[in-house]
Design a protein around this ligand. Structure first.
Ligand SMILES: C[S@@+](CC[C@H](N)C(=O)[O-])C[C@H]1O[C@@H](n2cnc3c(N)ncnc32)[C@H](O)[C@@H]1O
Length: 283
């Protein structure tokens, strides 16, 4: 009978050539199948795997070897303080999007009951993180994908977040005539000829969540002027974008009359979030 430790050692060797995170991937699979948490995995290395566990582990490992992201295999991803269900109808939330959540939190007073819009909410990552952090906020998450919104709704229940409402629709059309203090958005921003979309990881994700026209800026070009109209005076638009899109997004924000435009950078010091404020007094 194979022990968990033996399976882990063998499996890391199997996937090390396709995954930069082979040790972590294998640990996540082992935890899922053997129903262990982070703290008990180490102490459980000697356990003997039964036939069913071994079969499940090998099935998951085969999927990983075919390039499927680990989050889709186990059906979940940790993001901010939440564990979110994900499937192939939703983008897998990325660490850079946590930077966007941080930027929103810096702009608001958590104790106030202000309205926040998360455009293109996907799994609900941004809306639910903010909702969990600040239960008084009144948050709307929108998406064009009904299937993504079904996942987001499940995630609100799984994470006990009750101050987020999900609405379907094409960008701002989902909330006609409504106004918000903050609009946050992580739109699709990859150009359709960009080789990033051919990476093994993104091949499994919905293309409508990733790709946006010839230069990757189609969605941002559409959203930015409409968001200006949907913001209350003094409100902020906070956007995630590609690693090389800071100058273009800066120009789009400025053309739409946004002021106080600033950018926030990731750990690699690359600007990945840009934000602009609507004037306090609109002329
Ligand atoms: C990059 S993903 C972001 C998902 C999630 N907010 C996150 O950060 O993990 C972009 C999202 O925008 C949605 N989307 C694409 N086109 C849209 C449109 N025309 N109107 C509304 N949402 C759209 C996609 O379905 C997808 O969920």
């Amino acid at each position: 009978m194979t022990t968990l430790d033996e399976w882990i050692t063998k499996s890391v060797k199997n996937i090390i050539h396709i995954s930069e995170t082979a040790h972590l991937d294998v640990a996540i699979l082992a935890r899922k199948v053997c129903m262990l948490d982070r703290s008990t995995l180490g102490a459980s290395s000697h356990i003997r795997l039964n036939e069913q566990q071994l079969e499940s582990l090998e099935y998951f490992l085969t999927r990983r070897l075919q390039g499927e992201p680990i989050a889709y295999i186990v059906g979940e991803k940790d993001f901010w303080t939440l564990t979110l269900m994900v499937n192939r109808d939703t983008l897998i939330p990325r660490p850079e999007t946590e930077l966007l959540v941080e930027c929103v939190l810096e702009k608001i007073d958590c104790q106030k009951k202000i309205r926040i819009l998360d455009l293109g909410t996907g799994s609900g990552a941004i809306a639910l993180s903010l909702g969990k952090e600040c239960p008084r906020l009144d948050i709307v998450g929108t998406d064009i994908s009904q299937k993504a919104l079904a996942v987001a709704t499940t995630n609100s229940k799984l994470n006990g977040v009750s101050n987020v409402q999900f609405i379907s629709g094409n960008w701002l059309d989902a909330v006609p005539g409504q106004q918000f203090s903050i609009i946050a958005c992580n739109p699709p921003y990859i150009a359709n000829n960009d080789r990033q979309i051919e990476t093994i990881h993104t091949r499994f994700e919905p293309q409508s969540a990733l790709v946006s026209g010839e230069d990757g800026l189609e969605a941002l070009r559409h959203i930015i002027p409409l968001a200006y109209e949907a913001l209350l005076p003094g409100g902020w638009l906070i956007l995630e974008h590609g690693y090389n899109q800071k100058p273009s997004v800066n120009n789009l924000l400025s053309d739409a009359n946004f002021a106080s435009i600033t950018h926030a950078s990731d750990l690699a010091k690359t600007a990945r979030v840009s934000m602009g404020q609507k004037a306090q007094r609109v002329k």
